[in-house]
Design a binder for this molecule. Sequence first.
Ligand code: PRP
Length: 179
Amino acid sequence: MIEDIEQVLYTEQQIAERVSVLGKRIHTDYLGKKLLLIGTLKGAFLFMADLARAINLPMEIDFISASSYGNGTTSQGLIHIRKDLDHSPKGYHALIVEDIVDSGRTLSYLTENLRSQHVASVEVCTFLDKPSGRAVSFEPKYAGFTIPGGFVVGYGMDYAEKYRNLPFVGLLKRKIYEK
Ligand code: PRP
């Protein structure tokens, strides 16, 4: 897998340090609140596991799966829910934990969807934010790192379902996704 990576953007160590900072901020902001952490499958599975352990608060955990990209590298614009929450989020302070905000479509859709279910609040904590990819306006409350263009993989993120288990984040070589 490593031979397909152009450049390592964030090492395991850098990721751990950043996740710890985010965990402390979220701890301060959600103290005393009924917190529901919602992980988006599949890309956020590693970030969710690390972030949940970095937030020293009582919380409930659920997962949702929404599709946007298919197997390619460009967003298709249509969002649909593949797997919904197991329980109603009504009354909870929902915090969506996402791997990357790119076009913004997935998170715009998910936050509106949660608001319509009468949550006490809904915010987004994304590991990566890629503002250059926005098709709709969306600003996550918490972001690990802001990245420029290029196709990133690792730490949960895939290309055609591969590379999710890389412990770092890397830029994929163009020849891999342009062939
Ligand atoms: C990715 C990512 C976000 C979404 C962001 O999911 O996990 O959910 O795309 O893109 P957007 O801002 O353009 O909407 P993907 O559909 O690739 O599924 P995955 O998490 O299972 O890899």
